[in-house]
Design a protein around this ligand. Structure first.
Ligand code: ZN
Ligand code: ZN
Length: 288
């Protein structure tokens, strides 16, 4: 690489930006790989004993390559969408436009929420996030937004690896917007150190091919049978169980569905000829 004087703009600074981008992508991949291998091992063993829908193992599912693309690229896309919205949010709502100002604003949260112990902030974040996501999820099941959410429901063999199947528009107006609202409210980004890996593991868990209802805890935390009903047709359980983490929200708003003694099956969407590849699915909402 050619030496460039400090601060001088030039072709090399574009090269450095690109290099930084690829390093970031590589870091995100690197962080996800160990947790992915661990989840793969855990759910392979658990499904061996407690499959909800016995049959083909996850590594032989027909759309595995598509799921892998989502699994490794979605964290990268989410990261950039979140950074973008954090910058815009701070500028529009608080008039912060400098890099140093942004670092000071977000570094450890701000205002009364940031003064609370981190574990309390984590609890507030989880509850706040789940309430926002419950309603955005219902909005995405409506007529206007379904085309962006259909991707998530398009998998016919629901497995732990299907958890990351989200269209970027769905992500942006869903979990990314919810994260940014809570960070703008003052919660410290340090909550992600624990909640980040926990959220990945929990969302893989609710999509795992397991017959676990969680017994009396089914109202406390979302489990595999609870969420697998959500992946069935709308006139079965597909228009129920919207909560990501706390099923009590579905109980409160009349959308809880876990019929006793029955297990969900037959997943996917009614639409015929839905594309199976990653790029075709990303383009799909814009070509309808
Ligand atoms: Zn849904
Ligand atoms: Zn799902």
């Amino acid at each position: 690489m050619l030496p460039t004087p400090d601060g001088a703009p030039g072709p090399d600074s574009i090269g450095q930006e690109l290099l930084a981008f690829f390093i970031n992508v590589g870091e995100t991949f690197g962080k996800n790989l160990p947790i992915s291998l661990m989840l793969a091992a855990v759910f392979t063993v658990l499904t061996w004993f407690w499959a909800c829908n016995p049959g083909r193992p996850w590594w032989r599912k027909r759309d595995l390559v598509t799921d892998l693309c989502y699994w490794f690229f979605i964290p990268v896309i989410t990261r950039y969408l979140r950074i973008g919205l954090l910058v815009v949010g701070a500028a529009v709502l608080f008039g912060i436009t400098t890099a140093n100002g942004l670092v000071a604003f977000y570094d450890n949260g701000h205002g009364p929420l940031a003064a609370l112990p981190l574990v309390v902030q984590m609890g507030l974040f989880l509850i706040g996030e789940d309430v926002i996501l419950y309603w955005t999820h219902r909005y995405f099941h409506g007529r206007t937004m379904w085309k962006y959410h259909a991707v998530h429901h398009s998998s016919e063999q629901v497995e732990w690896i299907s958890a990351a199947r989200f269209h970027p528009v769905n992500l942006f107006l869903g979990s990314v917007a919810a994260d940014v609202v809570l960070l703008l409210a003052g919660i410290s980004p340090n909550v992600f150190v624990v909640l980040g890996p926990l959220t990945i593991a929990h969302s893989a868990f609710v999509h795992a091919n397991l017959d676990w209802t969680l017994g009396p805890f089914k109202y406390v935390v979302a489990g595999p049978v609870f969420h697998r009903w959500h992946h069935t047709a709308a006139d079965r359980g597909g228009d129920k169980n919207f909560a990501a983490t706390f099923p009590i929200l579905d109980v409160m708003f009349g959308t809880f569905y876990m019929p006793a003694g029955r297990l969900p099956d037959n997943y996917g969407i009614a639409e015929r000829g839905y594309p199976e590849s990653f790029p075709a699915q990303l383009a799909r909402p814009f070509t309808q």
